[in-house]
Design a protein around this ligand. Structure first.
Ligand code: FAD
Length: 545
């Protein structure tokens, strides 16, 4: 009775909309725009103080995209495309944030966004066939459809190390960098982590700090970005036929228009392989080096090892101290099975006299103390600790809304106790009218996310409109369809080298997280075809009521 009273009270004061969107980043902004155009009333809620998502929060030095910005853009409106010109091949965070603000203004999106509002709980009301969304700021929201555009890399992972609270100096997280910046001049700085954010920020921190000590657990493959103006060959491809260029991206494996390679590594001589590698290294492009060397690079251990060896050779040549160079060489995962990084001067930074690398595989961190960091063999006194320790990827932000209660009072946490279960990465059985953008089971983090996000959003909004027009109120996948998707996910990953790596793609970076490859490895183009086929076959795998 208590619960019933609370629910009806909530409904009395709740904001009533057709669709509630959580998140106002790349996904949430496009969702709002598309929903409005399709005639739905919608509200977006975001914990942040403004639009931008990833690009609102990640303001650390050196933060930039690592997919070329001409590809990492919205493509839904040709006029928007020509109204905006990127200044660099890889734009920095402030420019991407300005772009997302520009998009919000252009389509007048801010009036339907509630900022500084965190969604804390969501409950499906069986009788009303509506979701009730609870927030930490202002009225709850009652909606027909609930879409989580909460981001794959938006829940920073809490530090695993004891003693952070004892530390007397300054503590920063790359994923929550202060908006006014941080003055590191003359300070002794520790960076914990060597993932993408660390690799981007370390060279710039080293230039400011009196001394920088980098604490590394697992080395990553990093490639030079060769940032500058957008390369003329890519620009002319885009400008020659914008529509065809975008369409090729949509049908590609990774969301960037590169052809499928057909030559396999053993058909090439050593010299030919080296030449292809050197060309990729000089191109400074992740998708190029991940897909364009030879056809077996991502599926065959031997074809992959050739690339690993060539990159390790580059690291050896860049880093003068042989022990440091050896520590920086990844040897525990196939190239590409963990997201490689793009860098500017990363390896050369270790040649600076004010930079030290601490290899935590040899001397693990024991504790953070009042004055710094102690490993099993040494103590380092520092003034500042920067945690570049990554994210609880793909499921972190979804699970943080707790509980999400579906049909029959089942909570998503319970349903996902053994790992995420989805149909198409977009929906979950038992959770009617609930959608995730770039959820586990979607290609998302294995692609240019701008392309994946547009596809997910278009598919969801088109379905909602079709549903409404046909007189249905609910949509939910069947158990069989969901089990089938999980089977298909597993089958796809068995033919890639992803099965050989424990990474944030598999949850390995978060203690206690259920292990399993979360993104769909079948490719962006094939995924799009599957989603389209589901529609053309009468919403195969969904129950509509
Ligand atoms: P986000 O941008 O993460 O936005 C989600 C929003 O939801 C956030 O603002 C968050 O505050 C909000 N939110 C979450 N939970 C709640 C809640 N409970 N209540 C209220 N609000 C909530 N991808 C690429 O394809 N190419 C790149 O080059 C690239 N570079 C990246 C660099 C960095 C440093 C990072 C962290 C990520 C990068 N990514 C890149 C991935 C990037 O996250 C996506 O490209 C894209 O920005 C995601 O957009 P989104 O809207 O889906 O999620």
């Amino acid at each position: 009775a208590m619960v019933a009273t609370r629910a009806s009270e909530d409904r009395g004061t709740a904001q009533q909309v057709d669709v509630a969107v959580v998140g106002a980043g790349f996904s949430g902004l496009y969702l709002l725009h598309r929903l409005r155009k399709a005639g739905f009333s919608a509200v977006a809620l975001d914990e942040a103080g403004d639009v931008g998502g990833t690009w609102y929060w990640n303001r650390y030095p050196g933060a930039r995209c690592d997919i070329q910005t001409i590809d990492y853009s919205y493509t839904f409106d040709p006029e928007l495309e020509t109204a905006w010109t990127w200044s660099e091949k890889y734009a920095a965070q402030p420019e991407i944030l300005r772009y997302l603000g520009f998009v919000a203004d252009r389509y007048d999106l801010r009036r339907d966004i509630r900022f500084k509002t965190k969604v804390t709980e969501a409950r499906w009301d069986e009788k009303a066939r509506r979701w009730l969304i609870t927030t930490d700021n202002g009225a709850p929201v009652s909606c027909r459809h609930y879409i989580m555009a909460t981001g794959c890399l938006s829940a920073p992972k809490p530090p695993e190390i004891d003693g952070v609270k004892d530390f007397k100096g300054e503590v920063y997280f790359t994923g929550r960098w202060p908006h006014d910046g941080v003055n590191l001049a003359g300070k002794r700085v520790a960076v914990i982590g060597t993932g993408s954010s660390a690799i981007q920020s370390i060279p710039l921190i080293a230039e400011q700090a009196a001394h920088l000590t980098v604490f590394q657990r697992t080395p990553n493959f990093a490639l030079p970005a060769h940032n500058g103006p957008a390369p003329s060959d890519r620009m002319s491809l885009l400008q020659a036929d914008r529509a065809a260029y975008r369409e090729q991206a949509r049908q590609s494996m990774a969301g960037v228009p590169y052809p499928q390679q057909t030559v396999v590594s053993w058909q090439l001589s050593d010299a030919e392989r080296r030449e292809r590698f050197e060309r990729a290294w000089a191109a400074g492009d992740l998708v190029h080096i991940l897909t364009q060397l030879w056809a077996d690079q991502a599926v065959d251990v031997d074809g992959n090892k050739i690339i690993q060896d060539l990159i390790r050779e580059k690291i050896g040549a860049a880093v003068k101290d042989p022990e440091t160079a050896a520590a920086l060489m990844p040897d525990d995962h196939p190239f590409g099975a963990k997201r490689p990084c793009l860098d500017t001067n990363y390896y050369a930074t270790y040649n600076r006299p004010n930079v030290t690398l601490v290899n935590l595989r040899q001397e693990p961190i024991k504790a953070i103390t009042a004055s710094g960091i102690s490993t099993s063999s040494r103590s380092f006194d520092v003034d500042v600790i920067v945690f570049a320790t990554g994210f609880d990827a793909m499921t972190g932000a979804i699970r943080a809304v707790h509980p999400i209660t579906g049909r029959g009072g089942r909570s998503l946490t319970d349903v996902w106790a053994q790992g995420p279960q989805t149909y198409l990465g977009l929906t979950v059985e038992g959770f009617p009218n609930f959608f995730m953008i770039t959820g586990p089971g979607s290609p998302s983090v294995l692609s240019n996310m701008a392309v994946s996000i547009e596809q997910h959003v278009d598919w969801v909004v088109d379905r909602l409109a079709a549903l409404r027009d046909a007189g249905f109120t609910t949509i939910e996948p069947t158990e069989t369809a969901q089990a089938g998707w999980n089977r298909h996910m597993a089958d796809c990953s068995m033919v890639t080298l992803h099965r050989l790596a424990n990474t944030w793609y598999t949850g390995a970076n978060v203690p206690g997280k259920v292990q399993g490859l979360m993104p769909y490895t079948g490719g962006v183009g094939p995924y799009r075809s599957i989603c389209d086929e589901v529609v053309s076959r009468g919403m195969l795998g969904f129950k509509l009521t």
